[in-house]
Design a binder for this molecule. Structure first.
Ligand code: ARG
Length: 467
């Protein structure tokens, strides 16, 4: 950039005392964060009001100045909310945009607001407040998703479907039980969210640039006013720390992985080959060329959003890993990662909640598939152990022979005549047919956490009481 263009710029109004000229255009572009951190305007203003109120309470600024500051900040809040605020890139970030406007509105008193603080503790505060609110929103959204699954689980506590391992038919389970697996997963996500809220519930304001301040501030007062449990305990850590953002992203990545597995199942289940579920029109799209198609686009996009969230987590971990204490400007790159991941996560949870609530479950298809692939073979082996006293390994072997025979005859286990079964093992009686149906199979699995409808109902009741 030619020097003459930059030299004509006025120096920064916040630190112009030390500078003869303004920044190069490229410097301004790489330096500015207002394009994205304007999202923090409400938190910034709340933080400033709490700070100014504390300063006046401590006699550090006059009540008169405090009143002007608070009034001015509230005016700015409504200006921004009403879309009547002009953000300036020259003013770099939300903190300086608000402060500059305050000076225009109230004059010299505005200059007293930044007493005993720095943008380092200010940004740490604003961002923490934002992440805390986002975590609270995530908690509520997860509760909604869990509620959707509980309703479907209740409705389908008895609906039999194939349970899979290696995506090969393994043993019959109920669709209710499968839904409850997701309740467990999203329940863990929600408790991670709650822990993260506890972790970040400390107020950074008053750490100042990094060393604290000589003014007689009351950090407990600002912490309380801003809804934090207590102030942070080390001013250096306070302005260096972005764990709360990384925790948010880690939680989002894990929840995103869960949402993506669910999305993958929905994609598979809604194929004509599986036909286990049909998505509502509201959560699917058609094809511009193939009229018969109904595509699970929302599920596919949820699967893909997980990639963005993982990218954000890795980006912020990488941004932070080489930084010496305390604040470095690198940390300004924290916000876009978190904002993008938060938007992706919110959309993914909302789309999944809608899909789960709306999808039609084809219980007949599920039941037919549950019986194929010799899914009750383990039940035959268990019957031989229980009724004929065989060791499980021998029973496994006998059952394997029965499966091979059924396969060669092209029939199900339950369709083999008794004489065939007795030829394989003489102790088999016609009572065995009672356990070879898929319903009998699931009903028998009453172990704690098992797939029997009676067990699934207990788990639903447990989660309903917690949700
Ligand atoms: N815009 C900055 C950020 O987002 C605010 C803190 C700037 N502090 C500083 N010493 N330059 O991190």
């Amino acid at each position: 950039m030619a020097d003459d263009t930059t030299d004509t710029k006025s120096s920064n109004q916040m630190w112009g005392g030390r500078f003869a000229s303004g920044p190069d255009a490229i410097m301004e572009e790489i330096n500015a964060s207002i394009g994205f951190d304007k999202k923090l305007f409400a938190q910034d203003i709340r933080g400033s009001i709490a700070h100014a109120t504390m300063l006046a309470h401590q006699g550090i600024i006059s009540t008169d100045d405090k009143d002007k500051i608070v009034h001015g900040l509230n005016t700015i809040l409504s200006e921004i909310e009403g879309g009547n605020f002009e953000f300036s890139r020259q003013l770099e970030d939300i903190h300086m945009n608000v402060e500059a406007r305050l000076a225009t509105l109230i004059g010299p008193a505005a200059g007293r607001l930044h007493t005993a603080r720095s943008r380092n503790d200010q940004v740490a505060l604003d961002f923490r407040l934002w992440v805390k609110e986002e975590l609270q929103k995530t908690e509520q959204m997860l509760t909604g998703l869990i509620a959707a699954f509980l309703d479907r689980a209740e409705e389908h506590a008895e609906s039999v479907m194939p349970g899979f391992t290696h995506l090969q038919t393994a043993q019959p389970v109920t669709f209710g039980h499968h839904c409850m697996a997701y309740v467990e997963m999203f329940g863990r996500d929600r408790s991670r969210v709650r822990h993260a809220i506890e972790h970040l519930d400390e107020s950074p304001i008053g750490a100042a640039a990094l060393a604290g301040t000589g003014y007689p501030i009351d950090r407990h007062m600002t912490a309380k006013a801003l809804g934090f449990r207590e102030p942070t305990r080390n001013s250096i850590d306070t302005v260096s720390d972005r764990d709360f953002a990384i925790e948010f992203l880690s939680i989002a990545a894990i929840a995103g992985m869960h949402l993506s597995r669910l999305a993958e199942e929905i994609v598979i289940w809604s194929t004509p080959q599986f036909g286990f579920v049909r998505l509502s029109d509201a959560f699917s799209t058609g094809s511009s060329i193939m009229p018969q198609k109904k595509n699970p686009d929302a599920a596919e996009l949820v699967r893909a959003k997980t990639g963005r969230i993982n990218g954000s987590l890795v980006a912020l971990l990488t941004i932070m890993k080489g930084l010496p204490l305390a604040y470095s400007k690198d940390m300004q790159e924290d916000k876009e990662q978190v904002f993008d991941a938060a938007e992706s996560l919110e959309l993914a949870i909302a789309a999944m909640t809608g899909m789960v609530r709306d999808m039609t479950v084809n219980t007949a298809r599920m039941k037919a598939a549950a019986g194929s692939g010799y899914s009750t073979a383990t039940d035959l082996a268990d019957w031989l152990v229980r009724e004929a006293g065989l060791p499980f390994r021998d029973a496994h072997h006998v059952t394997g022979r029965a499966v091979a025979l059924a396969e060669s005859k092209g029939c199900d286990l339950a369709e083999l005549p008794l004489s065939d079964l007795q030829a394989i093992h003489a102790a088999i009686t016609d009572k065995v047919y009672d356990v070879l149906t898929v319903e009998a199979s699931v009903a028998s699995r009453k172990s704690f956490g098992g797939t029997a409808p009676s067990e699934v109902r207990k788990q639903i009741a447990f989660w309903r009481a917690r949700n």
